[in-house]
Design a protein around this ligand. Structure first.
Ligand SMILES: [Fe+2]
Length: 216
């Protein structure tokens, strides 16, 4: 099962990289951050595995978003945003086809939900959102804010942390925001490049593929 997971996950993230190298690099970083946050919570081995796999594949549905929406260099119209939001369901559909990957469904399906119920696709709130999905949401939001996007320049790591703190209890689960803050401060002291936008894409790809081989 784990060997199959490793091979299929690798194939899917390579496919995503062919479509969109930015999202692929983003997925590697979200995997790393989510993994480290998960380890701070003493999750079961099962949950930790599902978190790591789900964080890596959380945006896999973007394979199905048309290029003029995915790569639009300015803000999306309401209609385009509606299309963009479908990546969650598309991703869940892809993952669900493969038994060894289906266990990673929660982060894929719930990573854009908010604890106040104002997220998508279902407007799930509080405890309706699985814990490992809430970890992925914070890792995802932080990376998205601190890297350059086609429509928005990167924020500094300090600004990224502030933004996460500002949305604690509305967008994000407060207990995970606390863990994230501890994690961020530790990484800041250690001068770990993972908290900054210049984290090397090529380097992290090798790291993640190597790390994933634990599942082989
Ligand atoms: Fe997403």
């Amino acid at each position: 099962m784990q060997e199959e997971f490793y091979n299929i996950a690798k194939a899917l993230i390579y496919a995503l990289e062919i479509k969109d190298p930015y999202t692929s690099g983003h997925s590697y970083r979200v995997y790393k951050v989510a993994k480290e946050l998960g380890l701070m919570f003493n999750l079961s081995t099962e949950d930790q595995f599902n978190l790591e796999g789900g964080a890596l594949l959380h945006d896999i549905g973007k394979i199905g978003i048309k290029d003029d929406v995915l790569f639009k260099p300015s803000s999306l119209t309401l209609e385009e945003f509606t299309i963009m939001k479908t990546h969650v369901i598309l991703g869940a559909n892809i993952i669900s086809q493969i038994p060894s990957l289906k266990r990673c469904l929660e982060p894929v399906l719930f990573h854009h939900e908010r604890v106040d119920g104002k997220g998508y696709p279902h407007g799930a709130a509080a405890d309706e959102i699985p814990f490992i999905a809430k970890i992925t949401t914070i890792a995802d939001a932080y990376d998205a804010m601190t890297t350059n996007r086609v429509y928005m320049p990167a924020r500094s790591p300090e600004e990224g942390l502030e933004e996460i703190l500002r949305h604690s209890g509305t967008q994000f689960e407060p207990a995970i925001v606390e863990a994230f803050t501890d994690w961020w401060q530790r990484k800041y002291r250690e001068k770990d490049p993972i908290i900054s936008a210049d984290y090397q894409y090529g380097k992290i790809k090798e790291e993640v593929i190597l790390d994933l081989s634990r599942f082989h």
